[in-house]
Design a protein around this ligand. Structure first.
Ligand code: GLU
Length: 488
C-alpha cells in the first residue's frame, strides 16, 4: 500500500481555533498509525485576510499540543516549499495548463462588471448569484488583444453544464452534485495569486497527499476540486470530511460567549494538553467501547476512519472537558503535575503567589488540593492560605456557630486544646482524636466546630480535610491564625 500522507493546511487569517486542533489530531493519528507522514502547509493566498504573526502563532500552538509535523514550515521536506505564497509560479503554470486544455478561461470582467452582474441577478430573484460566463467564449483575437494591452484578468474554471459531479467520502458516503449549481470559480486572481481551490488541488497532488481530512464545511468546495483533478488527469485523494463542532445544547458553532474558542486560550485557562487531546479525540470519533481515557499513543493505535461519526455537528461539552481535565490533574504523578503548574505559570506569566518554600512543601500542598482542582488556573485560589495569612471575614467565621459568642467560645476552646500539643503529636490522626474529644465534651456540633476551625485557619469554607491542612501548616501558624481569629 502507498504510504499514507495527511496534511493540515492552515490559513493564517487569525488565531487557531480548538476545532482546528481536533482536525490536526485526526490527521496526525491517521498518518502515524500507518507509519506515514503528517504535513503542514501554509495557505496564505488570500493576501487581504492575512494576519501579521498568525503563521508563527499557529505553528507554535500546534507544537504546544504535541502534534509535531514531519514535513512543513520550519521543518522542510522533499515536497517544499510548504508555504503557498512561495509557490506562485507553480500555480501560474498549472492555470496555463488548464487554459490550454480548455478547462479554464481568461476573464477580463472588472469588479464593477461583476457587481453589476450580481445586482441584476439579485433583482431577478435568483436564489444564488453566479458568474454568467460572458468571458467563456471570447474569441482568441480578443483575448490576445486584451493580454497585449495589459488588461487585468483572472482565470476561471470552465464548469461543464448538465453534468453530475460525484465523489465518495469516507464518512458521508457517495455525494453527488449538479454541475449547474457550481460557479465558474476564479482559480487565479488578478494579483497573480491562486485562489484556495487551485492551490489546494495542485499542492495536495504535488505533495502526494493520500487523504484529505478536513471539516465538512469544505464539502461544497469538493466538486470544484474533483473537476480540477479531472482536468489535470490526476487521481483525487481519499476524502474524509469531519463533523464540525458546536456548543453543547445550542445549534451554533463555538462562541466566545460560552468560553474559550482559540486553542491557545484553553492552555492559558489551565487545561492540560493530555486532557485537551483526550477530549478532542472523542469529538467525532468513538472506539466503540467504554474506555474514555486515552493517551495520544493509544489514540494513534486505535484510530479508524470507519469510526468517525457521520453527523453534521458534534457537541463541544465544556463540562465534560472540565471533568477530563480534573481527572488528569488527580491522576498524574504529583511531580509532573507540579511541573505542569510551574510551566503553565511561567508561559502565561501568572504569579502563583506561593513564595519561597521547599519543593517538598509545594508538593504536599498540591497533593492536598488537587482533588478539588479542575484547571491549573485554580491553583492560586485553592492554595493561597498555605502561603499567606488569609483574610477572615467575621461573617463567615460566625456563620456556622450562629453567633459571635458561640463562635468565639469554640475558637477559644480549640486554642486552649492545641497550645499543649507537642510537635510529635501534631499529626492528622492525633489532632482528629483531640478535636473530637473536645467537641463531645463541650457539646459542639461537628459541623459548627470544624467549619469555624476551617474558616479561622483558611478564610475559606471549602478546603481539603482541615486537619490535614493543619498538619501541613504546622502548629505555630495554626495557633497564630486562631489567635488572630479570636480577636475578630
Ligand atoms: N486553508 C484551508 C483552511 O483554512 C484548508 C482547507 C482544507 O483543508 O482543504 O481551513
Amino acid at each position: 500500500m502507498q504510504s499514507i500522507r495527511t496534511r493540515m493546511a492552515p490559513s493564517p487569517t487569525g488565531d487557531y481555533h480548538i476545532g482546528h486542533i481536533r482536525t490536526v489530531l485526526y490527521n496526525y493519528a491517521l498518518s502515524k498509525k500507518h507509519g506515514g507522514k503528517f504535513i503542514i502547509r501554509i495557505e496564505d493566498t488570500d493576501q487581504v485576510r492575512l494576519v501579521e504573526g498568525a503563521v508563527d502563532r499557529i505553528l507554535d500552538v500546534i507544537g504546544e499540543y504535541g502534534l509535531n509535523w514531519d514535513e512543513g514550515p520550519k521543518k522542510g521536506g522533499d515536497f517544499g516549499p510548504y508555504t503557498q505564497s512561495e509557490r506562485l509560479d507553480i500555480y501560474k503554470d498549472h492555470a496555463q495548463k488548464l487554459i490550454d486544455g480548455g478547462n479554464a478561461y481568461y476573464c477580463f470582467c472588472s469588479k464593477e462588471d461583476l457587481d453589476q452582474m450580481r445586482k441584476e441577478q439579485q433583482a431577478q430573484g435568483l436564489p444564488k448569484t453566479m458568474y454568467d460566463g460572458r468571458c467563456k467564449n471570447l474569441p482568441a483575437e480578443k483575448i490576445a488583444q486584451f493580454l497585449s494591452e495589459g488588461k487585468s484578468y483572472t482565470v476561471r474554471l470552465k464548469v461543464p453544464s448538465g453534468e453530475t459531479i460525484e465523489f465518495d467520502d469516507e464518512v458521508y458516503g457517495h455525494l453527488s452534485f449538479s454541475s449547474d449549481e457550481i460557479d465558474d470559480t476564479v482559480l487565479l486572481k488578478s494579483d497573480g495569486y491562486p485562489t484556495y481551490h487551485l492551490a489546494v488541488v495542485v499542492d495536495d497532488h504535488m505533495m502526494g497527499i493520500t487523504h484529505v481530512m478536513r471539516g465538512n464545511d469544505w464539502i461544497p468546495s469538493t466538486p470544484k476540486h474533483i473537476l480540477l483533478y479531472k482536468a489535470f488527469n490526476w487521481q483525487p485523494p481519499i476524502y474524509v470530511h469531519l463533523p464540525n463542532l458546536k456548543e453543547q445544547g445550542a445549534d451554533r458553532k463555538l462562541s466566545k460567549r460560552f468560553g474559550s474558542v482559540f486553542a491557545t486560550d484553553f492552555l492559558r485557562e489551565g487545561y492540560l494538553v493530555e486532557a485537551l487531546l483526550n477530549f478532542l479525540m472523542f469529538l467525532g470519533w468513538n472506539p466503540g467501547g467504554e474506555k474514555e481515557i486515552y493517551s495520544l499513543e493509544e489514540f494513534v493505535n486505535d484510530f479508524e476512519i470507519s469510526r468517525i461519526h457521520k453527523t453534521d455537528l458534534v457537541a463541544f461539552d465544556r463540562e465534560k472537558l472540565l471533568w477530563v481535565n480534573g481527572y488528569y490533574i488527580r491522576s498524574m504523578p504529583l511531580a509532573k503535575l507540579c511541573k505542569s503548574v510551574k510551566d503553565w505559570a511561567e508561559k502565561f506569566e501568572i504569579d502563583l503567589k506561593c513564595g519561597e518554600y521547599e519543593l517538598d512543601y509545594h508538593l504536599k500542598v498540591l497533593d492536598l488540593v488537587r482533588e478539588r482542582m479542575k484547571k491549573l488556573s485554580e491553583y492560586v485560589g485553592l492554595t493561597h492560605y498555605f502561603y499567606h495569612k488569609p483574610e477572615v471575614s467575621p461573617e463567615l467565621l460566625y456563620k456556622y456557630a450562629k453567633s459571635e459568642e458561640r463562635g468565639q467560645e469554640i475558637i477559644g476552646s480549640i486554642l486552649a486544646l492545641l497550645e499543649n500539643v507537642t510537635q510529635e503529636k501534631w499529626k492528622t490522626a492525633d489532632l482528629e482524636k483531640m478535636c473530637h474529644e473536645n467537641l463531645e465534651k463541650n457539646d459542639y456540633k461537628t459541623k459548627e466546630f470544624f467549619m469555624t476551625l476551617r474558616v479561622a485557619i483558611t478564610g475559606e469554607t471549602a478546603t481539603p480535610p482541615i486537619l490535614e491542612v493543619m498538619e501541613l501548616l504546622g502548629k505555630e501558624l495554626v495557633l497564630e491564625r486562631l489567635a488572630s481569629a479570636s480577636k475578630l
